[in-house]
Design a binder for this molecule. Sequence first.
Ligand code: COA
Length: 144
Amino acid sequence: MRLRYFSVNDLPAVFDLACNTLKERYSPTLFLNLRSYWPEGFIVLEEMGKIRGFVLGVMSSRTQARLLMLAVSEQARRRGLGTLLFREFHSECAKRGARYVTLEVRKSNLPAIVFYERMGFQIVGDIRRYYSDGEDAFKMHLFF
Ligand SMILES: CC(C)(COP(=O)(O)OP(=O)(O)OC[C@H]1O[C@@H](n2cnc3c(N)ncnc32)[C@H](O)[C@@H]1OP(=O)(O)O)[C@@H](O)C(=O)NCCC(=O)NCCS
């Protein structure tokens, strides 16, 4: 098992994984654009030559990191891979001088909410109709 930075060759696998695990639809070019802002904030987890998960975030100010996507393939869940990915992301945020991480999560996505709470995040508010299908989001923060 190996954690490493995303490379352009990973795009098809990461795009597939995002389509299979996230409700929101993103264009492949979005991944490349976001990566160009902060390559160290885009990390993949590879196991036996396959991408099992990824995390993608940006620094939205000098001290604020924003986690945009985190996904682990369905067959590989509850083995600690999401935790490994998040810890690596957290460490990259710390290297960049972030003081806190923010994210949005669907109110219906209980597994992810429990996961993020386990990582130390707290719900700090909500955003009405945040997602394209009209669902509300919880806003969560993790202070370093
Ligand atoms: C959220 C997600 C990334 C977690 O990945 P994972 O590899 O399964 O997470 P881990 O194995 O590291 O879990 C760590 C802890 O989080 C909690 N957790 C994770 N999945 C959970 C679930 N389905 N139900 C309840 N708690 C859960 C548990 O406390 C777990 O510890 P435990 O297994 O010792 O009980 C994964 O479920 C996923 O990819 N979901 C679909 C995409 C998504 O919703 N991403 C987040 C929104 S961007």
